[in-house]
Design a protein around this ligand. Structure first.
Ligand code: GLY
Length: 361
């Protein structure tokens, strides 16, 4: 088992990360059960098999387990209300613990419910997707979608812990492994060139489980370091948005057009588009751009849209990105492989060129 600690500036705010195999069955030894008056589980129904194992390991009775229909749609006012109601109905108090079990949407929703219930009670995430292992469950971001905008309402509150049991990936479809791997590739691109080289050596679904533990550990370490340096995203944390400006526009348009595209696929294409923007803006060379594109491709991730999406529609979705300040799109771009810069303004022509660049060949 590998461990990491996230120490942010706020007092009493230490988040322990455990990464390894068979950790759900080791929960009794990892959690300080005696420190909590009550333990409840809130889980995505799609992760029910893992939630039941957690309940068994920690001896949580059925009445303290809530299962909800997970996914992005659950991140709504109604979804949040249902979790708050459950926490209130089972009379959790300030010294209670919530265990969230599921993917990124689950840690977002349950993390926010726990962060706001009684002004904040302890929450430990037990993520069951690769995306949640390396991104969503680490760093304390939580929230819901509102008014058609992703994560418009939310908070940054560090969980008390994150238990990353790599065995949860055994039930995950390959497409979901790919989706999570896009964030891993991103970690290399923004922080560590040799890690980028390593994780793009082969198709991402071909890694052995032991190698994945190391990869997840390194990705969590990179994210941990960024979050420790800038928990509230005033600067460095913005680099974690690399690929996400175009990526979110793709996700928004794909939803409108009824096209199935995962978050990771959108981010992978977004990283290709934003690397192109970095090249056209004179920040990286043509050969660096080619290395990025061939690395993403070698990992089995897309660099072009599966079907054409209108550039004008993508452009107008960019205008609604909540990372914008004063109406201007602020970009995270590469200065080289392994180093990103944030808050970059880009000319309109280059933005349109990059949106054309990601259209199908
Ligand atoms: N997912 C990006 C962040 O946590 O900042």
């Amino acid at each position: 088992m590998r461990t990491l600690t996230v120490n942010v500036a706020r007092v009493d705010c230490v988040c322990q990360l455990w990464i390894g195999h068979k950790l759900i069955q080791r929960l009794p030894e990892l959690l300080n059960r005696a420190a909590y008056t009550k333990v409840a589980i809130v889980a995505d129904r799609g992760a029910e098999v893992w939630a039941r194992r957690v309940a068994e390991a920690v001896k949580v009775e059925n009445s303290l387990v809530m299962l909800f229909e997970g996914g992005e749609r659950a991140k709504s006012v109604e979804g949040l209300d249902a979790v708050w109601r459950f926490l209130a109905d089972i009379e959790l108090d300030r010294k209670s613990l919530v265990l969230s079990v599921g993917g990124g949407a689950t840690s977002d929703l349950v993390g926010f419910a726990a962060a706001t219930y009684m002004r904040g009670i302890a929450c430990i995430h037990i993520p069951t997707t690769l995306l949640a292992h390396v991104d969503a469950s680490v760093g304390g971001k939580s929230g819901i979608n509102y008014n058609g905008i992703k994560n418009l309402i939310g908070s940054i509150a560090q969980p008390a812990g994150v238990v990353i049991d790599v065995d949860t990936l055994s039930t995950l479809p390959k497409r979901e492994i790919r989706s999570g791997f896009a964030e891993i590739v991103k970690h290399g691109l923004i922080q560590d060139a040799s890690y980028f080289e390593h994780v793009t050596r082969k198709e991402c679904t071909d890694w052995a489980s032991e190698d994945l533990v190391q990869i997840i550990h390194r990705s969590c370490e990179i994210k941990r370091d960024v979050v420790q340096a800038d928990e509230t995203e005033q600067g460095l944390r913005k680099t974690l948005n690399f690929g996400h400006t175009i990526g979110h526009a793709i996700e928004g348009q794909a939803l409108t057009c009824g096209i199935s595209i995962t978050h990771g696929e959108a981010v992978a294409i977004g990283m290709a588009g934003e690397s192109y923007l970095s090249y056209r803006g004179g920040r990286i060379s043509r050969s660096e751009l080619e290395t990025v594109v061939s690395g993403i491709t070698q990992a089995g991730l897309p660099v072009k849209l599966p079907v054409a999406l209108p550039v004008t529609a993508l452009r107008s979705t960019l205008a609604h990105d909540k990372k914008n300040v004063g109406g201007a799109v602020k970009w995270t771009l590469l200065d080289r492989i392994g180093q990103a810069a944030f808050d970059i303004s880009v000319s309109e022509d280059l933005i349109l060129d990059s949106l054309n660049e990601i259209q199908p060949g």
